[in-house]
Design a protein around this ligand. Structure first.
Ligand code: AMP
Length: 573
């Protein structure tokens, strides 16, 4: 694939384009569906449902094509992975397949990646950057400290490149020019992004950031988890970084030859920088304000901080000090959906405006009474919906599994808030708890812990039905030692934190057993992450599974084997 010339960036024009598109969101949707159907009219999948080159009308499309999930599409996508080049889901064979994180199901799933998805990615980055830059302008020739990792791309037995969506994006020849056009060039050399070892890559990202510390304009990772993980690692390795800079010699822990050679080219003995950097680190109290201390010209910290990333915001704020936290946009391996056009809003308030030419969007009401999805401009403020996406990459009326709430409209396009993954994660009988419910319960119980100046580093859960009656198990990794009675209080608080009527009544009549809190050893969640990286998830796209299903025996084993103490709730005794 040849590198395309990316247009030079004109902030006002990009904003005006979005204004215009959002004013005509309904028309843009009709046109987008038409384009998608015309482009892919030869796809076997569409033909099977009676769509031919003349069906472009939304009503006809919806009448013929059913709503699906990844489950129904799997056999089609598998044929593509196996190298069948007939037009299966798309008019043309796809250049690559993405592995979506799929951590909630315990296995990665495949989705098609196409040139149009790449173009959408660049369009979305430019739109979001334009709105961000209007609020927080960055200096010319600046750089971004980006914790990005391209995991390995492999070739399927059918000859198709397979990698995570971010990997497919970073490896695309248009990525670098796209980033350059929005003044977001990475501090690290490409070899670091493409390093086969993510631990070495992270160290080198941190080191490169320090070497370019005055140029760094913002700090980014796709997910807040990645940012927190990076700076927690910094706390452990900073002295090694000081030594590298002082001597101009890279630590022996970097062994990947391409990374070593690229990083060595950046290093010269610089005792002065080593000294300033060391003094800065020593002057901080408990690492508060670490990011602005290291990067004096940084304007903001950027990454997904909403939804399942909320639990990391507190720690991120600690590292960011006074710097604004700007929420990264809303999308998935399946395609981008919405951009943050109001970047001044805090992570708790962040909303995303749907970009109406990225796909044809429908919204399936979550309320149990309504079953029909509504169109983009027909959603109602305050209501919650599951997102249904039809895009250029062979997904037609695909239920994404995410629940969003409509907060308002930006011109005619909805502004939404990400709520949670749709799947119920904790349910034994009539109880229904989502990832969000778990998060809220953990948040309230963690307050008891914070009185002891201890934090919850990470958490997950499991439904244990091997006991009679079944009960919820919550796994916690915490940042320090504390009295047993504090943890017992936390356990009771977790139990009380699930306020779903089905759960509370089942607990009262003991058809659900006492909630169990298992505290795991420090570093356990890191082991869980490593397990997923080994399966092909990328470090940048990683999301901690908030519920471990029995089918995910390996993760359950890691969590159970590393449990150091157990508490059973007495809240309903
Ligand atoms: P992946 O499957 O790795 O491509 O991850 C995509 C998923 O990440 C989406 O379906 C959402 O559940 C979640 N996600 C993406 N963007 C956001 C966001 N801005 N806020 C919260 N969750 C998000």
């Amino acid at each position: 694939m040849l590198e395309k010339k990316v247009e030079t960036f004109n902030m006002n024009r990009v904003i005006e384009d979005f204004e215009e598109m959002s004013r005509n969101a309904d028309q843009v949707q009709i046109q987008t569906l038409k384009d998608i159907l015309l482009k892919n009219h030869s796809a076997i999948y569409l033909k099977n449902f009676g769509i031919n080159g003349t069906t472009t009308d939304p009503e006809a499309f919806k009448a013929l094509v059913p709503l699906v999930t990844d489950f129904e599409l799997e056999p089609y996508i598998q044929r593509m992975v196996d190298g069948d080049t007939s037009p299966i889901l798309t008019g043309r064979p796809v250049p690559a397949i993405s592995l979506s994180s799929g951590t909630s199901q315990g296995r990665p799933k495949f989705v098609p990646f196409t040139d149009e998805l790449m173009e959408n990615t660049i369009q979305l980055f430019r739109t979001a950057f334009a709105f961000r830059n209007r609020e927080f302008p960055i200096d010319d020739n600046g750089r971004a400290l980006q914790f990005i990792f391209s995991s390995k791309q492999y070739t399927s037995t059918g000859g198709v490149p397979v990698g995570t969506a971010t990997t497919n994006v970073y490896r695309n020849p248009n990525f670098k020019s796209g980033m350059r056009s929005i003044q977001s060039l990475c501090c690290s050399p490409d070899e670091v992004i493409f390093s086969p070892d993510v631990h070495q890559a992270l160290y080198c990202h941190l080191l490169s950031g320090i070497l370019f510390r005055h140029q760094v304009q913002y700090v980014f990772a796709s997910f807040a988890h990645g940012l927190v993980h990076a700076f927690r690692t910094f706390e452990q390795v900073w002295e090694e970084i000081v030594a590298d800079i002082k001597e101009g010699v890279l630590t022996s822990r970097i062994t990947v030859p391409s990374v070593r050679s690229a990083m060595s080219k950046l290093l010269r003995p610089n005792p002065e920088l080593a000294d300033t950097f060391r003094t800065k680190c020593l002057s901080l109290s408990n690492w508060y304000g670490l990011i602005p201390a290291l990067f004096p010209n940084a304007k903001y910290v950027y990454g997904i901080m909403t939804g399942s990333m909320e639990p990391y915001v507190k720690k991120l704020r600690h590292y960011a000090g006074e710097l604004p936290l700007v929420s990264h946009d809303y999308g998935s391996s399946e395609g981008w959906i919405a951009a943050n056009v109001t970047p001044r809003l805090s992570p708790e308030e962040a909303t995303f405006a749907v970009v109406p030419n990225l796909g044809y969007f429908e919204f399936l009401p979550v309320s149990e009474t309504e079953k029909e999805p509504v169109g983009l401009t027909d959603v109602k403020i305050g209501e919650e919906y599951e997102v249904v996406i039809t895009n250029y990459a062979g997904l037609y009326r695909y239920k994404l599994g995410d629940v969003v709430r409509i907060i308002g409209f930006y011109n005619k396009t909805p502004q939404l808030k990400f709520i949670c993954r749709r799947n119920l994660i904790l349910s034994i009988n009539i109880d229904k708890n989502t990832e969000r419910d778990l998060q809220l319960s953990v948040e309230s119980a963690a307050k008891r812990l914070s009185e002891e100046k201890i934090e919850v580093i990470d958490f997950s859960s499991h439904v244990d039905v091997t006991t009679e009656p079944g009960h919820y198990v919550i796994f916690w990794e915490v940042s320090g030692e504390t009295e047993e009675d504090v943890l017992q209080d936390c356990c009771n608080c977790l139990d009380k934190g699930f306020i779903d009527a089905g759960y509370m009544s089942s607990r009262k009549c003991k058809t659900i057993g006492a909630l169990e809190l298992r505290v795991v050893e420090r570093g356990t969640f890191r082991k869980v992450q490593e397990h997923f990286l080994g399966l092909g998830s990328s470090a940048g796209q990683f999301k901690m599974p908030r519920c471990v299903k029995p089918s995910n025996g390996k993760v359950l084993k890691i969590l159970c084997e590393n449990a150091v103490s157990r508490f059973f709730s007495t809240a309903f005794d």
